[in-house]
Design a protein around this ligand. Structure first.
Ligand SMILES: *Cc1c(COP(=O)(O)O)cnc(C)c1O
Length: 394
């Protein structure tokens, strides 16, 4: 055998391996051994995709809708998405400004890939969704992480945004409601951040995938909607994964100013081509069909959220801000004296509870708990977390 030189590209070599993987695989191994592990790691709703969406997909499949579609998605779906933005957000996009991709994650990648390059800076508030910085690095640009804490409910202040902007800043990544914190910016807060981006001519990638998952009367508004200038500076990322529980379908979209949409279309046409043809028919049904699953899911999420939030704040050593969106809570563990990786490893070992260390999201004093799991699991898991914390805090 020749000596092989498996040289790894700079782009691939620069990526951080998933910090959550070690705990996740340990939890899975423990489960496989038959141990009673409670998992709070879920990044997806625990509800089934609504039946009418599955039916529309099955019908398309049976009818032979199994060939290539236009790379950016079927016209019917791009129109339905444009209609959604008109109806719900008051935004006027032409279908040509909408690009359907293989998940919201893929849409984020496309947006960053099409707009950022060597020398560019991308401002990402922490705690962040863990893929953003890695995507920025893959595009050759530099992630500029700006920390926030629970003191501001994990919201970036306008002053902090302004201070982070340099002549090299290309993109600002906004995600409200947030994964991992569940935090929701008010419309006024969103406008203030958007105003700065307009003034400084910085593009905003607004990841609005949790738009519909709001509690306690919280409201949100797309940052694109505050003025024509805000519209021209914003690229919306959205998808079907969360509000329609379609994570495995791999369907998301972006809505962007025309030149950016064109560039993304070109990128996609040479990488994945179209998202799965028959899945797109299901997505049309998701947007145009009944939405009555949503209030039912929201009521269930809200019940769990309220219970978990109260219980966490009654647990010695923990404190948790009231998160009004998505399906995550992000308690502060600093009073336990442990950092997040050690906390989660010991928690799994001692109490068989799997949580995600905050360091994966750039916040080592916190852990992420998803309440996209049954109330019975939440009760059992939080009791165990309480037991664990009692051993740490006198
Ligand atoms: C779930 C999620 C997405 C998109 O996920 P896909 O499964 O790729 O559609 C995008 N952004 C955030 C913050 C998410 O949590």
């Amino acid at each position: 055998m020749e000596d092989m030189n498996y040289k790894i590209s700079q782009r691939a070599a620069s990526l951080s391996p998933s910090l959550t993987l070690a705990i996740d695989s340990k939890a899975k191994a423990m489960k496989a051994e038959g141990l009673d592990v409670v998992g709070f790691g879920a990044g997806e709703p625990d509800f089934d995709t609504p039946q009418h969406i599955k039916d529309a997909c099955a019908k398309a499949l049976a009818a032979g809708f199994t060939k290539y579609t236009p790379a950016a998605g079927i016209p019917e779906l791009r129109s339905a998405i444009a209609d959604k933005h008109k109806r719900e957000n008051g935004l006027t996009y032409k279908p040509s400004q909408v690009i359907v991709s293989c998940g919201g994650k893929h849409s984020c990648f496309n947006v960053i890939f099409a707009t950022c390059e060597e020398g560019d800076e991308v401002i990402i508030p922490a705690p962040y969704w863990l893929s953003y910085p890695e995507m920025v690095k893959m595009a050759g640009a530099r992630p500029v992480i700006v920390e926030t804490t629970d003191k501001t409910e994990f919201k970036l202040t306008p002053d902090a945004l302004r201070a982070a902007i340099t002549p090299r800043t290309r993109l600002f990544v906004l995600n409200s409601p947030s994964n991992p914190t569940g935090s929701v910016y008010t419309p006024a807060e969103l406008k203030a951040l958007g105003d700065i981006c307009v003034e400084k001519n910085v593009l905003i990638m607004s990841d609005e995938i949790y738009e519909h998952l709001l509690y306690d009367g919280a409201t949100t508004k797309s940052v694109a909607s505050f003025s024509p200038a805000h519209f021209e500076h914003t690229i919306i990322v959205h998808g079907f994964a969360k509000a329609w529980s379609m994570t495995g379908w791999r369907l998301g979209w972006c809505a962007a100013p025309e030149p950016i949409a064109k560039a993304i279309d070109a990128v996609q046409s040479h990488s994945t081509s179209n998202p799965t043809s028959f899945a797109q028919k299901g997505a049309v049904a998701a947007l145009t069909g009944p939405q009555d699953h949503l209030p039912i899911w929201l009521a269930e999420f809200d019940k769990r959220r309220k219970f978990a939030w109260a219980k966490l704040n009654a647990t010695p050593g923990l404190s948790c801000v009231n998160a009004k969106g998505a399906f995550y809570l992000f308690p502060n563990i600093s009073k336990t004296g442990l950092k997040s990786t050690e906390f989660c490893a010991k928690l799994l070992e001692a109490e068989k509870v799997a949580a995600v260390p905050g360091i994966a999201f750039g916040a080592d004093d916190y852990i992420r708990l998803s309440y996209a799991t049954s109330m019975a699991n939440i009760e059992k898991g939080l009791d165990r977390i309480e037991n664990f914390c009692k051993t740490l805090v006198k």
